[in-house]
Design a binder for this molecule. Structure first.
Ligand SMILES: [Zn+2]
Length: 236
């Protein structure tokens, strides 16, 4: 039987590739924890400058528009801090410098829960290949939490070591814990629809898709609405 993730973290750091990824992946969970008093920080690695099918739009203008969308979505979710790393879309690499940047942020904010992409998920059926930026950001995050941030000789200039006890990975093919989001799914819908540059259809279609996914995840764990994750306990 699927496990429920019921604890309320004190400080949550969510590291995602593109400006809308955190909201789509775990927006309802972030809203739930923020509502319960957690400090929630979202780190957005890429600028979002290529996230369009419109050949006429200026990538720099698109990235600017997306900054405003992120700010609006963060307001809905109760996210107080958003950190933009502004690497161009498609240029993310799971490299030392990205891991060091993430280690620095982890050591600065000292989260007890970190979220990000599951980089091992590549093929979702025959219809979707996980974006390379998601995989790169996910690997860089895993390299940062296991073991770099907890060991002082890794990136010694990035602040004093901090161990992250729990990691939840989204966009996973193997979800094994679920967060009850019945009370915050409407907030997630508002946050996701704030990313207007990403909406190809009307808001209703997006809202229905977000709700449908939450109901499907809920069915796997006996809840009316849930978000599923791969759970890592690094307490060792
Ligand atoms: Zn993305």
């Amino acid at each position: 039987m699927a496990q429920l993730f019921e604890s309320t973290p004190q400080c949550v750091l969510a590291v995602y590739a593109h400006p809308d990824d955190a909201d789509v992946a775990c927006g309802a969970s972030l809203a739930r924890w923020a509502k319960a008093g957690a400090e929630v920080i979202v780190v957005i690695v890429a600028a979002g400058d290529k996230g369009t099918i419109d050949a006429d739009i200026d990538p720099r203008e698109l990235a600017q528009r997306r900054l405003a969308e992120v700010a609006e979505a963060a307001d809905y979710l109760g996210v107080k801090t958003v950190v933009h790393l502004n690497i161009p879309d498609g240029a993310l690499q799971a490299c030392d410098s990205l891991s060091e940047t993430i280690v620095r942020l982890i050591r600065q904010y000292k989260p007890d829960l970190v979220l990000g992409h599951d980089p091992s998920a590549v093929f979702f059926g025959s219809v979707y290949v996980n974006h390379q930026d998601h995989r790169a950001a996910g690997w860089a995050l895993l390299d940062a939490v296991a073991p770099a941030c907890a060991l002082p000789h890794y990136f010694p200039k990035a602040g004093p070591a901090h161990r992250v006890p729990t990691v939840l990975l989204s966009g996973t093919l193997e979800p094994d814990v679920f967060v009850d989001v019945a009370e915050t799914i409407d907030t997630k819908v508002a946050a996701v629809t704030a990313h207007r540059s990403q909406l190809r259809d009307d808001d209703d279609w997006v809202a229905e898709t977000v709700r449908k996914r939450a109901v499907e995840d809920g069915r796997r764990c006996g809840l009316s609405a849930a978000e599923g994750f791969r759970f890592l306990s690094l307490d060792g």
